[in-house]
Design a protein around this ligand. Sequence first.
Ligand code: 5GP
Length: 145
Amino acid sequence: MSLDGDYDPDNIFAKILKGELPCVKVYEDEHILSFMDIFPQAPGHVLVVPREPVRNALEMTDGALQAAIVRVKRIANAVKTALAPDGIILTQFNGAPAGQTVFHVHFHIIPRHEGVALGAHGGGQADMEVLKDQAARIAAAIEHP
Ligand code: 5GP
């Protein structure tokens, strides 16, 4: 999967957006759905998935991208409040050679703690009860405008 190609409306995030597959939700509104990554690279790894049905950020409309990145910042601040990390990675991959594995545009929010190595991308599956607890704490810390 390179940068160009057709959008697959049955990709895993499209199914989550449509409610056909479950997720551990952090936040949603008309622009995005945010949920816990089930193969977290660190505890508290959150995904922000724009509702716009495109493969990557380069294909997003300016308005959808602006709305998404503002929400990424807002949720990252909630991660900071809820989990007190030492640092936070905000990242976003475009095309398989860049590390993208799900071809519906999305952003990663990954908390980092001093001296703790970053886990593998797409590593082991997290405990659902732990994810639910983290999601509830992050959701409670979101400051709504
Ligand atoms: P990408 O590699 O495309 O940037 O990121 C895709 C992310 O989605 C990975 O971090 C992976 O762990 C996560 N992921 C893959 N399948 C699922 C799933 O079914 N549910 C959730 N919540 N995350 C998923």
